[in-house]
Design a protein around this ligand. Structure first.
Ligand SMILES: [Fe+2]
Length: 285
């Protein structure tokens, strides 16, 4: 073989090896690209599936408020415990001024009442069976509430029930003399509205420490003025609270300081007698 032929064969071989290398490299690259492409496609499909899955419950939540929200907003029903829900204040924070100031209302509703609801739900977290009862049912039968959460249910469940009533029996259009059936019942039971006011205010002033003053329908189905300490409710004693005033300092201290008596006498200006009448009718049924 001549030198020229040998060189020619060597160059062909080198060229062939070069092309083989390039081809193999291209195929390898194609393979990697296809694999990467497949990965991206699978990832995209999974993301879309997750998005559809997450959207469905969100859409349901927007369209349909949970039963507990609906129940909390309905004053005819007892309050749900699955979970308990803070009802919205039925008027603006400053709606009851000058008798109750906006800051007090905001703190009272958004902090104090909200905390009772939060603590109540926390207490029931490990007792799903209890959540099927209403808050009122638990308070009527506290002995059947497990001992380790009984005090929390009493204080926070009571706080939730008491305050839910409290917002409803006040109104910026309230005040004045009572109307309807409750006006007649007050006159029959106390002689006059003025006499009832005096006794109610005195009972509120005499309640030592924090608590509530109430007009209840008692065991004999008669009107009676009572008081309870802390967040205890007349429901615990088998009575029906027709109306009640909160005499905790958080209800009046910013505006009235330690003058609970002045708060009690001004409070009549915001009493919603329509709602008190509705509750009185409910007590009779
Ligand atoms: Fe309160």
């Amino acid at each position: 073989m001549s030198e020229r032929t040998r060189n020619y064969n060597y160059s062909r071989k080198t060229l062939t090896n070069n092309w083989e290398y390039r081809l193999k490299s291209l195929l390898r690259r194609c393979g990697s690209t296809r694999f990467a492409g497949s990965l991206v496609l699978v990832g995209l499909c999974s993301f879309l599936a997750l998005l559809i899955f997450a959207y469905q419950p969100m859409a349901q939540t927007r369209e349909q408020p949970s039963p507990s929200v609906a129940q909390a907003a309905t004053t005819d029903s007892e309050l749900s415990a699955s979970p308990a829900v803070l009802p919205p204040l039925p008027y603006a924070y400053d709606a009851l001024e000058p008798y109750i100031d906006a800051e007090t209302m905001e703190l009272h509703h958004d902090r104090h009442h909200a905390t009772y609801v939060e603590n109540f739900n926390e207490a029931l977290a490990n007792y799903p069976d209890l959540q099927n009862q209403t808050v009122e049912a638990m308070l009527r039968d506290l002995d059947n509430v497990p001992e380790d959460i009984r005090e929390k249910v009493r204080n926070n469940g009571g706080g939730h029930v008491n305050h839910t009533m409290f917002w409803e029996i006040m109104s910026p259009d309230g005040g004045g003399e009572p109307t309807g059936a409750i006006a007649e019942a007050i006159n029959q039971s106390f002689g006059s509205f003025a006499q009832f006011q005096e006794e109610f205010e005195q009972a509120g002033k005499d309640r030592f420490g924090s608590g509530w003053v109430w007009l209840v329908s008692n065991d004999a189905n008669e009107l009676e003025i009572t008081t309870t300490p802390n967040q205890d409710t007349p429901i615990m004693d088998g009575q029906y609270p027709i109306m009640g005033n909160d005499v905790w300092e958080h209800a009046y201290y910013l505006n009235y300081r330690n003058n609970r008596g002045e708060y009690l006498s001004n409070w009549w200006n915001v009493v919603n007698w329509d709602e008190v009448n509705r509750r009185f009718e409910q007590a009779q049924s």
